[in-house]
Design a binder for this molecule. Structure first.
Ligand SMILES: [Ca+2]
Ligand SMILES: [Ca+2]
Length: 236
């Protein structure tokens, strides 16, 4: 996914010139306050009847500009690159989705949840503006159906943690509060099915962390997991 914004500016030249079709102007890393300049090379015959103007399109890329995605590798096509994972976190193919992060309170191969209880996936970014946070998830649990309504209230949380440590809850599911359907091929007894989050919020300046976690409650044995995919945080 692109982490850039493309803004198009058009400059109209009102000279009697020919602009060679393949001419391009490349300008690297302009400095703050600098006027961006480039040289257009005109090649060919200047004496063309009825030729009045030429248009030149400029595209500008702002890695942290408005509209850019502040989350890197939010579709997990590069595995867990740019993410910090603790516990049992993997990237798996998911039909109809592509790649999905999979967090479990159990184990993935020989790597298990912290204390067999908790796994987390997170990514930090610096921002100070209005954000649009989007992601999809599917909450899965083997506590369903036998332990619904018990102390074994395993949970998923998606949070945006702010510079002062305070956090905003973006999504949560738990054994006792979620509406489950049969797991059907997920490897778990129950699932919520795919859910989408799309929330816009205003934040102050600083370093933020988007965090996804699953945790066992009451015991370590019967596990719960979540798929997380298509994650983006767009600066508005
Ligand atoms: Ca559990
Ligand atoms: Ca466990």
């Amino acid at each position: 996914m692109l982490d850039s914004t493309v803004a198009m500016l058009k400059f109209l030249f009102t000279f009697f010139i020919i602009l060679a079709q393949e001419t391009s102007v490349n300008i690297s890393s302009p400095q703050t306050g600098e006027t961006v300049r480039g040289q257009v090379e005109i090649i060919g015959d200047m004496d063309v009847p009825n030729f009045l103007s030429a248009e030149l399109d400029f595209s500008y890329t702002f890695p942290n500009g408005n509209g850019s995605n502040l989350i890197k590798n939010g579709n997990f096509v590069q595995g867990l690159e740019h993410w910090i994972a603790s516990g049992a976190v993997s990237v798996v193919p998911l039909p109809g989705v592509g790649k999905s992060a999979f967090l479990t309170t159990g184990c993935v191969g020989s790597v298990c949840a912290i204390g067999n209880v908790r796994s987390e996936l997170k990514q930090s970014f610096a921002v100070g503006s209005t954000l649009q946070v989007k992601f999809n998830y599917n909450f899965l649990s083997n506590e369903f159906p036998a332990f619904v309504g018990s102390v074994f209230n395993d949970a998923f949380e998606a949070k945006l943690i702010g510079p002062n440590g305070g956090s905003t809850l973006l999504a949560t599911e738990s054994v006792n509060s979620s509406t489950f359907k049969p797991g059907n091929g997920t490897g778990f007894n129950g699932q919520t099915g795919p859910e989408s989050i799309d929330t816009t919020m205003k934040v102050s300046s600083g370093q933020y962390t988007l965090s996804f976690s699953v945790a066992d409650k009451g015991d370590t044995i019967v596990d719960t997991a979540v798929h997380v995919n298509n994650v983006s945080v767009t600066k508005k």
